[in-house]
Design a protein around this ligand. Structure first.
Ligand code: GYE
Length: 311
């Protein structure tokens, strides 16, 4: 009847929507901020957000997605811990017509229709910016770099390694002498840095630590201090995220270069989802966030800015 069809044509109100978010875990300060921003962005729009903590395990994330499907949510957000192995569960979501948005990390699938969009920074660029900064800083002088990688198999770890490696490829004076995962956590970052320092003449062979995130850099700074060296001077640092503590370290002269990543990944996904539900607008496959390099001179204003950002 006319009544039924006009009811069907009515736009879907955000207030009627429920979104399930399969979060990686709470490994870093950036991650915690992303979760809290997701909550406030949902609240702002009147969207009901259900968050499941995957505790760094893909199997937990897959279970969470299945449970969201069973609950019949209107959309599913996933921050995928690793980039492979998602096809089966995404096919289940697709079969019942639930759109999936990926937040902050990408996945590798043959069939791109298995998800609607990924909201992410250019993670290769992030690594490249730190590498470019170091190349300039060294100006031809030798520099042995140790690298603290993110979670093994995570798209961001792969991309951040790639970008940095590309940036230093044509400067033989700069070499990565050791590289290991610190799993994006402070404690692992510290532990791995301690082993690097021990293995490299109590840190004297190390010129710079490149950490795939700030939390690992902060752990590394602690390890450098405990070894009796000065972070930011004896060993330079470069890392990614822009958590308040890295700007505090910069202000203390203990950190040197930082690439900022917004914790607001959910906001753009909600915007795209609302448009899609209202009038079928298909969002771009990749929704890119802004990437910027900051140096100690910018640290105070960055710190002030972060106060309003969910940290
Ligand atoms: O940089 C790191 C977190 O996937 C972009 O994961 C995210 C990364 C972020 O643990 O701190």
């Amino acid at each position: 009847s006319a009544m039924v069809s006009s009811a069907l044509a009515a736009p879907v109100l955000a207030a009627d929507m429920t979104v399930g978010f399969s979060q990686v875990g709470s490994e870093s300060g950036w991650r915690a901020a992303e979760t809290s921003v997701a909550k406030s962005e949902a609240a702002k729009r009147g969207i009901t957000l259900k968050i499941a903590d995957g505790q760094q395990k893909q199997e937990n994330q897959i279970k969470a997605v299945r449970s969201f499907i069973a609950q019949g949510v209107d959309a599913i957000f996933i921050a995928p811990v690793v980039q492979t192995g998602w096809e089966p569960v995404l096919e289940e979501a697709k079969d019942v017509g639930i759109p999936v948005f990926l937040l902050d990390r990408a996945i590798v699938v043959k069939d791109k229709s298995l998800y609607m969009s990924v909201v992410t920074a250019d993670n290769v660029l992030e690594g490249r910016l730190i590498g470019d900064w170091l190349v300039k800083q060294m100006n031809g002088k030798p520099c042995n770099v140790v690298e603290l990688q993110g979670t093994v198999g995570a798209s961001v770890a792969i991309d951040r390694k790639k970008g940095f490696t590309e940036a230093i490829a044509s400067t033989p004076n700069i070499k990565i002498i050791r590289s290991q995962s610190g799993d994006f956590t402070r404690s692992k970052g510290k532990e791995v840095m301690e082993s690097f320092i021990k293995a490299e003449n109590n840190g004297k062979n190390i010129c710079m630590v490149y950490a795939h995130n700030d939390d690992m850099a902060i752990g590394a700074i602690q390890a450098i201090k405990e070894a009796g060296l000065k972070p930011g001077k004896d060993i330079l640092t470069g890392s990614i995220d822009g958590v308040p503590d890295i700007y505090k370290a910069m202000l203390a002269g203990e950190a040197n270069a930082n690439v900022e990543l917004t914790p607001n990944m959910a906001g753009p996904a909600f915007d795209a989802l609302e448009k899609f539900k209202q009038n079928g607008t298909v969002p771009p496959k990749v929704i890119k966030t802004v990437t910027r390099l900051w140096l100690p001179a910018d640290a105070q204003s960055q710190l002030d800015k972060k106060k309003d950002m969910g940290y």
